[in-house]
Design a protein around this ligand. Structure first.
Ligand SMILES: [Zn+2]
Length: 324
């Protein structure tokens, strides 16, 4: 199996950088909700299973939606509007890219944005997405955080590559050079962790109830529901509230029932053999519908107390609000 280390540059409508509200409203009407970020460059490095480089892919993509370059994006990447005139459009470039990828590979990216935006762009352009559920990929930024005991930090590519002692001979924020930096970082990392701490893509959803399995991602379990037409249907779907032990997969009893926090729900459950687990539930939507994502982590007593305190604090806040 090969590793396809990918990096993208994208353009976005100009309104996000414009200060005064009048022009903001004007530009806002031009944002397309189905594709807020349009890919303008795809860069990738192909590594074989011994992490030797066996190929490179580097193409600009002629934009079809946001044809005017956002000046900030131009500034960061150095990409100018007049560079696109002889470039292929997304559909052509992505077809070339997927052909170049070959058959047996896993995608590697720095962070979780690229694969997400790639699929959004593919969907917008009505390209057939060749990846079926579950699509696992390797997020180097996440694994770097786990290896360095800071799982919630998102360090920049530049910081990580300097920290890992990668030779600094290319500019950042161009697709190929960022892919090369990511590949060089990978060569210096503990390879077992690429197998152990993979990430699950959330745009590809299970098609059936049977596909809604718990997937072990090294330090936690994840379960995705299939897509539903409305948020209410997801909330009423009882299976999303089950917590299973990440170790033995048995259903666990709740110690703290599900409660709503900002943008998510939390619970604590206990496995007789493996102790306390934190459940985190998100309800989201994408072009495949509304879905639930549940993550389960093994936790210690200290974390249990933090969650219990959080629940009490939110309850008190609600009480004060009601009395007002
Ligand atoms: Zn267990």
């Amino acid at each position: 199996m090969n590793y396809i280390v990918i990096d993208l540059e994208w353009n976005q409508p100009i309104h996000t950088n414009v200060g005064n509200s009048e022009s903001k409203n004007y530009e806002k009407s031009r944002i397309c909700k189905d594709m807020q970020f349009e890919i303008i460059e795809i860069g990738a490095v192909k590594l074989n299973e011994n992490f030797q480089e066996i190929g490179r892919f580097n193409r600009l993509v002629k934009p079809s939606l946001y044809k005017k370059m956002n000046p900030i994006i131009s500034e960061i990447t150095g990409i100018r509007e007049n560079e696109f005139h002889k470039e292929g459009k997304f559909k052509t470039v992505i077809r070339n890219f997927l052909d170049w990828c070959g058959e047996d590979y896993i995608i590697c990216t720095f962070g979780n944005r690229d694969i997400h935006e790639l699929e959004i762009n593919m969907h917008y352009h009505k390209c057939e997405i060749p990846w079926k559920f579950p699509l696992k990929y390797i997020d180097i930024q996440k694994i770097f955080g786990i290896e360095n005991n800071e799982p919630n930090e998102q360090r920049s590519l530049e910081m990580v590559s300097i920290y890992m002692g990668v030779e600094q001979k290319k500019v950042y924020h161009r697709a190929l050079s960022d892919a090369v930096y990511t590949a060089e970082i990978m060569k210096k990392m503990n390879r077992e962790n690429f197998e152990k701490y993979q990430s699950l893509d959330y745009i590809n959803l299970p098609k059936t109830k049977k596909e809604e399995v718990e997937i072990n991602l090294g330090n936690h379990m994840e379960c995705l529901s299939r897509g539903f037409d409305s948020k209410e249907e997801v909330i009423n779907y009882k299976d999303i509230y089950i917590t299973r032990c990440p170790v033995c997969l048995k259903k666990c009893r709740k110690k703290i029932r599900w409660f709503a926090d900002i943008n998510k729900y939390l619970c604590v459950a206990r496995c007789e053999n493996h102790g306390l687990m934190e459940g985190i539930l998100y309800i989201k939507n994408n072009y495949n519908g509304y879905y639930a994502l549940r993550k389960t982590f093994q936790i210690d007593d200290e974390k249990y107390k933090v969650i219990a305190d959080r629940k009490n604090l939110l309850r008190e806040k609600r009480k004060i609000k009601r009395n007002k």
